[in-house]
Design a protein around this ligand. Structure first.
Ligand SMILES: O=C(O)CCC(=O)C(=O)O
Ligand SMILES: [Fe+2]
Length: 228
């Protein structure tokens, strides 16, 4: 399930984050620093050094905004998140097809995060650069994603994906992974659809008892399918 989450960061916050990243100077390092042995040969970008003060501060801001976003919560059912990273592609840089590693060690914690959901938060406007689409591959084909600054996309970390070459301008983004309460993308998608239907029934003042039964089913499925 690929879900776009609009308006996570407002334009002032995007501008403030970008200003900090653009002054990042020496904090920008070769993106291969965090790539595994299949990702590294196809990865050509830069990232803010993992664990740096800048990545921590801006990462908290991105994560805080997503954790207050009802659509993100409903689609991802987050359990724990890997601290957000920040990347930059320019001058033809790209990231070839790869799958994200299943387990990541949280820097400085010794805690492991199983990567169920991958997140990209766009920080540059689509008109500012050419190319740079995040393309998620699944059994239905290739799905190119290029969203306005401040919008995020979440997609199953099980999918092969790539970022097309940025042939003009610069693409800035934040990206990270979430261990969901529900490991299976199929089960998460069902719960998401059910939650959407429940919200619509609430908004349209539909049958209150039927809605209550659906809410009970939602929670009882979550009880069966979740691990914490
Ligand atoms: O830049 C992006 O949107 C995704 C980056 C990515 O796939 C990764 O770093 O594993
Ligand atoms: Fe990736």
């Amino acid at each position: 399930m690929i879900v776009s989450i609009p308006d996570v960061l407002d334009s002032e916050t995007v501008a403030a984050v970008r200003a900090r990243l653009e002054q990042g100077g020496g904090a920008w390092v070769d993106g291969r620093a965090t790539a595994g042995y299949t990702g590294a040969p196809v990865k050509d970008n830069q990232q803010i050094a993992e664990g740096s003060q800048l990545a921590r501060e801006l990462g908290d801001l991105v994560l805080g905004a997503l954790e207050r976003n009802p659509l993100f919560i409903s689609a991802v059912l987050p359990n724990r998140a890997y601290p957000p990273l920040f990347n930059r592609y320019t001058g033809g840089q790209h990231f070839g097809s790869h799958v994200d590693g299943a387990i990541r060690l949280m820097p400085g914690h010794g805690l492991r995060v199983r990567t169920d959901v991958s997140v990209t938060m766009f920080l540059t406007h689509p008109e500012e650069y050419e190319g740079g689409e995040l393309v998620v591959e699944d059994t239905y084909g290739e799905h190119p994603v290029k969203l306005p600054a401040g919008h995020a996309v979440v997609y199953p970390a099980t999918s092969l994906h790539h970022v097309r070459p940025v042939t003009r301008g610069t693409r800035l983004a934040s990206f990270f992974w979430v261990q969901s309460l529900v490991r299976s993308d199929e089960q998460r998608a069902l719960l998401f659809e059910m939650d959407n239907a429940i919200q619509r029934l609430g908004a349209t003042g539909g049958d209150v008892q039927a809605r209550r039964s659906l809410v009970a089913c939602y929670h009882n499925l979550l009880r069966i399918w979740s691990d914490t």
